[in-house]
Design a protein around this ligand. Structure first.
Ligand code: SF4
Ligand code: SF4
Length: 292
């Protein structure tokens, strides 16, 4: 069975138009599964009008729970908990890091470790193809594991339905979730705006792509709001990455986001640029060796 090729859309920081580009790619695709791996701020579903088919809990950790009726108030848990979460007969769930020590030392066995639900993940259908997305509870960690999970499910669906592509809206930045979004990806499309910090942000995310040997292509969004900075980014195009397109500032982009539809379904200058970029992405990916 042929492995689907995954294209991950990334940005060095949030707010560069990454999701607008990913949603437009989804709209233009013919044979793809979509994956929202930006689990801390999942927005792709807001633009693809999904119909939820499946919903599952995401369980990534355990926490201590105490049965006060069994507690003999020896104070051992309070003494040993390094996170100041345990008190006789009471555990502060927010502070508990789930190390399990208190449950092992509690003399009457009053403390039990229980799995906790950190979020939910979904399989939905959209007009253009299946979407795997997730929602992490506020303040929950483990987003890297949830990213890995939604990507794995998207890959399974792509294989089962013989779809050739996976389009992933990746997390912004360079942290653990980004690392979790890149392994086995065929290519990364980096969305950058021509700001003063863009080159710095781009360099950081490029380093992560290089660690995984994932070829990187750059799209300059709103290139015309600062053409000098855009030119600086284009001048860097070379061995590390290739600039494959520029998207002009276009009011149709925020308007489409507000309406909950991809900009390519409405048309306009930005939509035309993204169509050309998508053709370029498909052409480039077709020429790459298999990284799976
Ligand atoms: S270790 Fe167990 S018995 Fe002792 S105070 Fe903590 S919960 Fe109570
Ligand atoms: S599981 Fe660990 S962190 Fe949580 S209350 Fe017990 S000792 Fe503290």
């Amino acid at each position: 069975m042929t492995e689907p090729a995954e294209i991950v859309v990334l940005s060095g920081k949030g707010g560069t138009g990454k999701t607008s580009v990913a949603a437009a790619f989804a709209d233009l695709s013919a044979d793809a599964v979509f994956c929202d791996a930006d689990v801390d701020a999942a927005n792709l579903s807001l633009v693809l009008s999904p119909e939820e088919l499946e919903r599952h809990p995401f369980i990534a950790s355990t926490k201590a729970f105490v049965d006060p009726s069994k507690c003999v108030e020896c104070g051992l848990c309070k003494e040993l908990c390094r996170f100041d979460a345990a008190r006789p007969g009471k555990i502060d769930e927010l502070s508990c890091e789930g190390c399990g020590l208190c449950s092992r030392v509690c003399p009457p066995g009053a403390i039990e470790m229980k799995p906790v639900v950190s979020g939910q993940w979904f399989i939905s259908s959209t007009e253009k193809g299946p979407l795997v997305h997730a929602r992490l509870e506020p303040g929950e960690g483990n987003s890297g594991r949830l990213v890995a999970l939604v990507r794995q499910k998207a890959r399974e669906i792509a294989k089962n339905e013989a779809r050739r592509l996976i389009i992933t809206d990746g997390p912004p930045g360079i942290g653990c979730p980004v690392i979790a979004s890149l392994s086995s990806a065929k290519a990364a499309v980096l969305v950058a705006e021509p700001s003063l910090t863009a080159i710095h942000d781009l360099n950081r995310v490029l380093s992560v792509c290089e660690q995984f040997g994932v070829p990187a292509y750059c799209v300059i969004n709103k290139y015309d709001i600062h053409e000098d900075n855009s030119k600086q980014i284009e001048d860097l195009s070379g061995e590390r990455f290739r600039v494959i397109g520029r998207i002009p500032f276009d009011e149709e982009v925020p308007r489409s986001m507000a309406l909950g539809i991809p900009v390519t379904s409405r048309g306009g200058r930005a939509a035309e640029s993204i169509k050309a970029i998508w053709d370029e992405v498909l052409g480039s990916v077709a020429g790459l060796p298999d990284t799976s």
